[in-house]
Design a protein around this ligand. Sequence first.
Ligand code: KG4
Ligand code: ZN
Length: 345
Amino acid sequence: MIVLGIETSCDETAAAVVDDTRTIRSDVVLSQLDDHRPFGGIVPEIAARAHLDALDSIIARALAEAGLGFDALDAVAATGGPGLIGGVIVGVMTAKAIAAARGIKFVAVNHLEGHALTARLTDGIEFPYLVLLATGGHCQLLIAEGVGRYRRLGTTMDDAVGEAFDKGAKMLGLPYPGGPEVERRAKSGNAKRFDLPRPLKGRAGCDFSFSGLKTALRHAIEALPPGRLGEGDVADACAALQAAITEVMVDRTRNAIRQFRALHPQGETLVVAGGVAANLTLRTALAVLATEHGLRFIAPPQRLCTDNGAMIAWAGLERLRLGLSDGLDFAPTPRWPLDPRPARP
Ligand code: KG4
Ligand code: ZN
């Protein structure tokens, strides 16, 4: 089975061809960062227009790099939500048009499921496993029990973890997206100089909160002499922010491992997924945590952590293998929780 995957829910226009032997035949990602950078964040209207302009040629490139034509495809999958609705509509409409013109199946993929299933594409792991889903829009701990079957153990009460990196970076005068920039600057910084809080650390449960951290960082910056935010200050603040975020993530994940073990004593894997999973400090800390608990740790290669078409093609394939596909009347949706049950009963 060969599937084309299309991802347009945020600021990457991406298309990929993946087959059911877990081979990524092609994976093309076009970042719109240069379009959004002057605004210090993503502008939804600009994103939708850029997806519209680029998507056809990105799909053509994905097929060319795979050495295939449309006739080789068994299905086309596109992110159906959650995300910026204008972009999601562009991807879904394009996928539906291909499916209708070629008489092949269409699958609407939940973007978060794309991230959560990536470890099955890269490492072929079995359900159930524990996933820390850390993106620019979400921060959740989930047990993946099967395709379309997720149990949410915790979520953020305010900002997503990627947002904490992005907003922190913005305060420090660093460009969007903040995560990679904070990681780079943190290397030469002293994480102990600024004393930032570890929100919810040591508390029961698996929820997250990052807004207090953001405020504390602002106060730390404001306490410096005016106009004196030098390279060294920025590096120290980045190191402190990254250390605080990592410590909180590890603490929350530790609690989640206990719950995972109680529900699935045979479960053996911890996965980190989503754009923030590209962060090496976080990956290393989670690897140590997993080892302490006798769990295998999987972090997909960095380019498969940030948004891409391969994860959408793969999630589509997983659904198709179970006989699931969608009608051409599928409605793109800005909100689409993986586990619709409330996080806190
Ligand atoms: O999954 P993703 O590509 O898009 C969403 O679905 O949101 O995640 C983007 C987020 C951004 O907030 C970005 O700052 C963060 O991932 N990110 C990182 C790193 N690379 C990307 N955060 C920390 N360290 C990184 N190396
Ligand atoms: Zn994403």
